[in-house]
Every structure is written in C-alpha cells, then in structure tokens.
Design a protein around this ligand. Structure first.
Ligand SMILES: [Ca+2]
Ligand SMILES: [Ca+2]
Ligand SMILES: [Ca+2]
Ligand SMILES: [Ca+2]
Length: 525
C-alpha cells in the first residue's frame, strides 16, 4: 500500500531530475526511496483483534502471565491462561488455521484453584511439555497445607498432577513466580519458586522423579521475593538468578545472584552496579542492542506509587549501566507484565509493557516500545493497534506466533485481583505482518535437558548478530517468551551462521540457513 502511493507521488519528480544532473539525482532518489521503503516495511506493522475469530473467551480473571507452549507437538502453539480466585483456567488447544478450543474439562487439570504463576516445562525429559503451576495460600491462611501443581503431560492432550509424588508442592509459600532452569547443568531442569511474604525455594531435580530442596545449600535462604528468574548474565555457562518483589511486608530490594558453578550463588547486585530498588513487577532479560549479552528490563509500580521503569545495559564485563532515561524506557507509571519480542522482524527486540493504571481512572494505554536500532525506543502501541485502551486494570501479556506466519502475535489480559476490576477483557492480537524475513529455531537437547533451557543462540547475518537465551519456562510476571526462539532478520535472505551453545558445553554451528522457516536443532546432530 505504502509502496504504490510513494511511487505515484514520486513520478513527477523523476521528470525534473532527468533534465538536470541525471545520475546523481537518480542515485539520491533511489536511496531515498530505498530508505523510505525500509522504514515503511516496519512502521506499517499493525495488529488485529482476533479474540473471537480464534474461539477464545473475551473475559478472564488472570493473575500471572499467560503462557504459550506446544504441548501436543503438532507445531501449533497452545495457550494456558491461569485464572485466579477459583475461576476455571483456560487450556486453549491450538487446532491450526488460527482456531483454539478450551480443553480444560477433558485435560485432567483441576478445574480451578488459587492459581498464580505457570510455566510449560519438560521436567522429565520425555519430549512432552508438562505444566507447572504455583498456588497462593488464601492470603496466607493455609500455609503448610496448600499445594502447588505439576501436571505431567501423558500425551493425548491429558495431564495428571504429580506434584505431591515428586515433591514440588511448596506448602510453606504463598506461590507467585515459577522459573525452571538447569542451574547445575546436569541435564535436569530445576525449579525456582518465588513467594509472597515467604521466602524463595530452590528445588533440584534429581532426574529420578524426585526433587530436593537445596535453597540453603545454594545460599538462597531468607530471601523474600515474588519474582525470581534464571538467566546467565555473565555468559559463563551457569544460570544466574535475578529477583524482585512488590507488596512484601518489608519490600526486599532487587538482587542479582551469580551462580558460582558449584551449586552456590553469591549476591553480586552491588558489584554488578545494579541499583537496590524496590517494587519490581516484571523481569525481562533480552539482548536489545545485539551485542551478545542479556540486558535487563524491570517493570515497576504499585497502586500507591507510580515508579520509574528500568533498563540496564549489560556491559559484557559483569557490570551493567542504567540506561533507563537515555533509552526512553524510564517512564514513571504503574506497570505489570512486560515482554521482549521482535514484532516487526527488523532484527531488533521490541518491548511490550502492560499499564496497570490506578483504581480511579483504570488503566492507561499499554506500551509497544519499538526498538530504534540506536539504543532508544519509541512507543507505537496506538498506531499498531495494541494500546489496549479498556476500562479496567492492566495485567499480563505474552508473545507467540500462534498461526505460524512468521510474525509474533500477542495475548493480553486485563483485570486485577483486590481491585474493582477483578474480571477483565482478554485479547488475542493477530500481527498483520511485515515483508521482513524471519527464522524460528526449536531446540531439542540430548545430553542437555530436552527442552534446551539455558541454551544460547547467536545468529549472524552479514555483520549483524542477534542473541537469545532459551529461558522460556517461567511465569507469573517472568515474561521470558516461548519456544521456538523467534528471530526477525529484516531483508536478509539467508542467515550466514547459527551458533548454539548448549548447557552441556556442546557448541553447534549451522551455516547458510534459509530464512522464513522453523528449524529444529537437535543437540549434536
Ligand atoms: Ca552465569
Ligand atoms: Ca546486550
Ligand atoms: Ca523490532
Ligand atoms: Ca503470527
């Protein structure tokens, strides 16, 4: 559309330039045209509301982030949405052709519960995504009695809760965040649980159907955090932990724990030059500046105090620089979920942030911060059609290409417990796409954990690199994104090199990979 209108307006100009300095003007015009066209390729990206046409419910009672995961391995991303307050969760099975059906009643999942965080994880390495869910404790009244859930995927679209059998019930926590990652690189994914007004729990997966509580041995005792997530910030091959919390009794401050590689962690917040701030909500690791290390965005806010959002650029030497202001992300507001995703496939990670707003006027517009390729971001949510302006409170979001057209789609929920807006509209925003190219990589570990959690992927196109860490198995406000890993590659028609650093230490290199495909990368093959 933009292409043809530009050509029509440009036509009279061409006659002028032919009469003058023909070659230089033509060169100038063609450059201008190319630049405009390149900008058009991405500026034009919009989304359409596909909630009803996809067969999804239009209301929900969410607490934690919705999670995308292909639990039946048919190549289509399914969607779990964990409704709160004893409302039935949504277990949306993707039927293909952009349609979903809720299979809660036949899935084997308990109908409802005080559910908060959820994560798709293949905890037993059988190639099927299982479902891990944290539960609250009725405002603390049933601590010691309440149990988290771990639904083992039995195939045939059914699940059974094995949490008690394997020992991941976390009865002494008011369950919030859930993060899976192989912190000791033994091929089994371990479990890190954030709790409200109780402490963190680290459960080591023994690989034999049992888990051991190694919180104390890891040096993670007495840490009161709701959000704790794995990510290897210093690229030493060991998953580190970042934590934040809001609404604790004595709100703990943001903390970064370096994995020492021997099963223990050390608090390095100060030496890493991260600020000891409070009231973080969402923790989002992503390499927004394409330099091969994970940068960190933290959304913040409480209903009493709008707060400044934070972006930390990873300096690549174990320290970070606070670039909140210079990046344009340091706005003062009250946000909840946030998630990185290259929605316009231009090769740079963009960021979606959900605005919770306040109890009087409800939520403000959500943000779609488009990456300007120079360390700054511009909010384009309104033009893109994802500002999500509804009379409610903002809650959660997740990126996933549910229709496999190569463009990341977006699921957004509203509604917030303990407010006047408990029930909220939920939206599936279909990405109408761009002409940019893309590559999706689905990792399959063999020596490493089957899901490939913790694997690092670098792709090179010409002189540009992009970097992702496969850390998708986490939930609540830990919007780490789903497998497959999604890369936009702009106008590149071939990816020169794909390098996968597996948690086992195996390094795998693929050369001259065709774009616009989903590639399965099996460790060692
Ligand atoms: Ca590390
Ligand atoms: Ca970076
Ligand atoms: Ca982008
Ligand atoms: Ca799509």
């Amino acid at each position: 559309m933009h292409y043809s209108s530009l050509t029509a307006k440009g036509a009279p100009l061409i006659f002028l330039v032919i009469r003058h300095r023909l070659s230089s003007w033509l060169l100038f015009l063609s450059l201008l045209f190319s630049l405009t066209f390149l900008v058009d390729r991405t500026l034009a990206v919009t989304f359409s509301d596909a909630t009803i046409s996809a067969g999804l419910a239009t209301t929900g009672y969410t607490y934690g982030d919705p999670i995308w995961g292909d639990f039946d391995n048919d190549g289509n991303l399914d969607l779990f949405v964990d409704n709160h307050y004893n409302r039935g969760s949504y277990v949306y099975h993707n039927l293909g052709q952009g349609r979903f059906t809720d299979i809660l009643t036949t899935s084997g999942l308990r109908h409802a519960g005080d559910r908060h965080g959820s994560a798709w994880v293949d905890f037993n390495n059988d190639g099927l995504l299982d479902l891990s869910i944290t539960r609250g404790a009725k405002k603390g009244q049933i601590l010691g009695k309440k149990q988290d859930e771990l639904y083992q995927n039995l195939g045939n679209d059914t699940f059974t809760n094995v949490a008690e059998d394997v020992g991941v019930t976390n009865t002494f926590g008011r369950g919030r965040g859930v993060a899976w990652g192989d912190y000791d690189n033994d091929g089994n994914t371990d479990l890190l649980l954030g709790n409200l007004k109780t402490t963190l729990v680290l459960l080591k997966n023994n690989g034999d159907g049992t888990f051991s509580d190694l919180t104390e041995a890891a040096g993670l005792t007495d840490l009161e955090y709701t959000e704790a997530v794995f990510a290897d910030y210093n690229n030493d091959g060991f998953q580190d932990i970042f934590c934040t919390v809001a609404e604790a009794i004595n709100p703990a401050k943001d903390a970064l724990f370096r994995n020492n590689g021997d099963g223990s962690f050390t608090n390095v917040t100060r030496s890493a030059k991260l600020r000891a701030l409070t009231n973080g909500r969402s923790v989002c690791w992503g390499d927004y500046d394409n330099d091969g290390d994970l940068d960190l965005f933290i959304s913040r806010g409480t209903d009493e105090d709008p707060l400044k959002q934070n972006l930390y650029r990873n300096n690549g030497n174990g320290t970070f620089t606070d670039v909140s202001d210079q990046s344009g992300l340091g706005i003062v507001t009250n946000n909840r979920a946030a998630a990185w995703g290259d929605y316009d496939n231009d090769g740079y990670l963009d960021l979606y942030v959900v605005n919770s707003g306040d109890e009087t006027v409800g939520k403000g517009p959500n943000y779609l911060f488009r990456n300007n390729h120079n360390g700054t971001f511009t909010d384009v949510a309104g033009n893109a059609g994802v500002a999500n302006v509804v009379f409610n409170r903002g809650r959660t979001c997740a990126w996933g290409d549910y229709d496999n057209d190569g463009s990341l789609d977006l699921f957004v929920t509203d509604g917030e417990s303990d407010t006047s807006f408990e029930q909220g509209p939920q939206f599936l925003y279909h990405n109408n796409g761009s002409s940019n190219n893309w590559l999706k990589l689905l990792l399959v570990g063999t020596t490493s954990n089957h899901q490939g959690l913790g694997a690092k992927v670098t792709i090179q196109t010409g002189s540009q690199i992009q970097y992702r860490e496969n850390n998708g198995a986490s939930g609540h406000f830990l919007s780490q994104g789903a497998a497959p890993l999604h890369f936009g590659v702009s106008i590149a028609t071939v990816v020169d090199q794909v390098t996968v650093n597996w948690p086992s230490g195996t390094v795998q290199v693929l050369n001259n990979v065709a774009v616009n495909q989903q590639l399965v990368v099996t460790e060692g093959q």
